[in-house]
Design a protein around this ligand. Structure first.
Ligand code: RB5
Length: 149
């Protein structure tokens, strides 16, 4: 993956508050953020925001995405329906590191109701995801099979 400069971020209502925290954090790190919504606590449908983030990446306006819903699962299922999107739900630094090294994940999915108020953990997961390179080699062969149907 080329150097990460642009990050698309999206959430449903369950992830809305955490999305604001994540965007503030990423801004302090100098990334250019595209906020794909949602924009309030009003109940919305998570596929709309996962699809918006997926399209940002596929159009190459952003190198990676961060998606947040209650569990991280709904948004990852929705995003993974797009060829070229590899969304991974991560609840630890270790998972974030391995999914970058082995899966070349380009979307980090977070569960606000799983991770709760553990902002330091959330920041460390994001940092690990953004700073870990894909290992390539045998993993490249496997990655490239993902979009063969
Ligand atoms: C919303 O209540 C919740 O279902 C959603 O955020 C997510 O967890 C779905 O996977």
């Amino acid at each position: 993956m080329s150097k990460i400069l642009n990050i698309a971020v999206g959430s449903d209502h369950a992830g809305y508050e955490l999305k604001s925290v994540v965007i503030d954090y990423l801004n302090t790190k100098g990334y250019k953020i595209t906020d794909c919504g949602c924009f309030s606590l009003e109940s919305v449908d998570y596929p709309d925001y996962a699809q918006a983030v997926a399209k940002e990446i596929l159009s190459e306006r952003s190198e990676v995405g961060i998606l947040i819903c209650g569990t991280g699962i709904g948004v990852s299922i929705a995003a993974n329906r797009f060829d070229g999107i590899r969304a991974a739900v991560c609840s630890s630094e270790e998972l974030a590191e391995i999914t970058r090294k082995h899966n070349d994940a380009n979307v980090l999915s977070l569960g606000s109701r799983v991770l709760g108020d553990n902002i330091e953990l959330i920041k460390s997961i994001i940092e690990k995801f953004l700073s870990t390179e894909f290992e390539g080699g045998r993993h490249l062969i496997r990655r490239d099979k993902l979009d063969i149907h």
